[in-house]
Design a binder for this molecule. Structure first.
Ligand SMILES: C[S@@+](CC[C@H](N)C(=O)[O-])C[C@H]1O[C@@H](n2cnc3c(N)ncnc32)[C@H](O)[C@@H]1O
Length: 261
């Protein structure tokens, strides 16, 4: 990331929310409300049983991602290892969570969180054979106190309004321990000659109004303390998709020195 990006990131993003106490996080986790953007923009995709029945198949997700579902899953799995404790921020249609749980193995742990009850119940069903994996009703905007070796965020950011992108991204960065990483897989600005650029522009305009900011901004620019992380980016499929890895180099101040009462 350039110095200019760093300066922009620290000056324009909304401030990082205060780290929650464990009790506060648990209380909010029990009854998170469905955020307005999800109800207003994405109920057709995530909040109805009919949508779930249609979309929750690997071939459908693969078609939506122009055949890149497996490739992008592999790109994510390349960043984790068996035995790690991992947070998956939001459910994903298809077999993503099952494959992640399988890859981490019984010596690992997987927490999948989602803010929609329907999605949580569905993911619980898919993870039944994996006792080291659990699914929780929780908002990814609540930080989880450096509890994880790795955090994965698969195509969630583009569905969030920019202010919420900042809050969720900063919460995920705070949820990883020093030395751990947060892995984002999401949309990216395609190369100018990518033949899908026009089509994706239209899809975003009609169905995904918050996605285009990932064409304009690096994911790192949504972080309020980007300098605490080593950022690495790789693009795929003519630039349409990206993997961004934020490797945690040092603690947040509130993690290093607990506040005095
Ligand atoms: C990961 S995203 C998109 C994934 C991808 N398009 C797919 O194939 O499923 C979709 C999920 O994010 C969840 N979600 C949206 N906002 C959230 C938030 N703030 N916290 C946790 N989950 C959230 C939705 O309920 C939905 O299940």
């Amino acid at each position: 990331m350039s110095t200019q990006d760093l300066r922009r990131a620290t000056s324009v993003v909304t401030p990082m929310p205060e780290i929650q106490t464990t009790t506060a996080a648990k209380r909010t986790d029990l009854h998170p409300s469905v955020p307005p953007y999800l109800k207003e923009t994405y109920s057709w995709a995530y909040l109805s049983p009919r949508a779930l029945a249609f979309f929750d198949r690997p071939w459908v997700v693969s078609a939506i991602l122009f055949g890149n579902y497996r490739r992008l899953q592999r790109a994510l799995l390349d960043e984790v290892e068996p035995g790690l404790t991992v947070l998956q921020a939001a459910c994903v249609y298809g077999d993503f969570s099952k494959n992640l749980a399988e890859f981490l193995g019984p010596s690992g742990k997987l927490d999948v969180i989602d803010v929609a009850k329907l999605q949580v119940a569905n993911c619980e069903r898919k993870l039944k054979g994996f006792p080291h994996a659990r699914t929780l009703l929780a908002d990814a905007a609540i930080p989880r106190d450096a509890a994880y070796d790795a955090v994965t965020c698969f195509f969630l950011l583009h569905e969030l309004p920019d202010e919420y992108k900042c809050t969720v991204l900063n919460a995920l960065l705070r949820s990883v321990r020093v030395g751990g990483k947060v892995v984002f897989i999401d949309y990216h600005r395609p190369h100018f000659a990518n033949p899908l650029k026009g089509l994706m522009s239209l899809v975003f305009k009609t169905l995904e109004p918050y996605a285009k900011s990932l064409w304009r901004r690096d994911i790192a620019t949504f972080a309020s303390a980007p300098e605490r992380f080593e950022w690495r980016k790789q693009t795929y499929f003519g630039g349409l998709y990206q993997k961004v890895v934020a490797h945690c180099r040092g603690p947040f101040l509130s993690q290093a020195a607990p506040r005095q009462r």
